[in-house]
Design a protein around this ligand. Sequence first.
Ligand code: CIR
Length: 263
Amino acid sequence: MTPLVALTRPVSASIGQCELTHVTRTAIDVDRARSQHEAYCAALRAVDCTVVELPRADALPDAVFVEDAAVVLDEVAVLARPGAESRRPEVEGVAAALRDHRATLHIRAPATLDGGDVLRVGRTLFAGLSQRTNVEAIRQLDALVAPFGYDVVPVKVTGCLHLKTAVTSVADDTLLVHRAWLDVTPLQRFRTIDVDEVEPFAANVVRVRDHVLAAAAFPRTAARLAAAGIPVTTIDVSELARAEGGLTCCSIIFEGRAPNLSA
Ligand code: CIR
């Protein structure tokens, strides 16, 4: 089995000053957020990921949400240029860790792209056109990854932060969706499982091989996945949700290349 790396970063002391767009600010208990993040890392280890933790970055409130800093493909890593200015300094630390594994390419101004807007399914990258990711970013991403055989397909996102807030992959041919938040037209070749109507944020799950990690706050949707034969582990990430973060945001998962991971 190819070793999978899950790149993570601990919760910053300043997480209470995080960016918020669609969520109302409430107090975040930093210690609780940290224990939840540790449980998330343990769940990744339990599905055979090697968790590589970046140094804590207390001056960067949203640094725990590493997913937004890069899009890692089998051949190359594309460093993002986050839509929120406060988040741009996060990229360098993530890039430094990724250079152990991949050559890096860059999204450049005036483009803005958050990794949370890029959903990879096979050789297709669905790219959310959102408040964080613009048309120029999708054009640049397409030019950067086309030589490696990837197609970039734009998807309009409305009503939530990122494409992956509204849709994630739960099996090779199956997506978990909250269809009110995106234009599903480009996704029509897939089977879909809809989130339960009382759980609009439930579509953001992490798939590791055939296993899915889902937020404990959304048991009805987890039951739908289980009924579809998908093994699900639920994790309490309620404090991270106050920072508008979900499960995918807290890691970047990829096949590792560093020599000490190939044993
Ligand atoms: C932000 O607004 O950028 C952070 N507070 C939350 C980022 C969540 N990231 C993600 O969904 N990929």
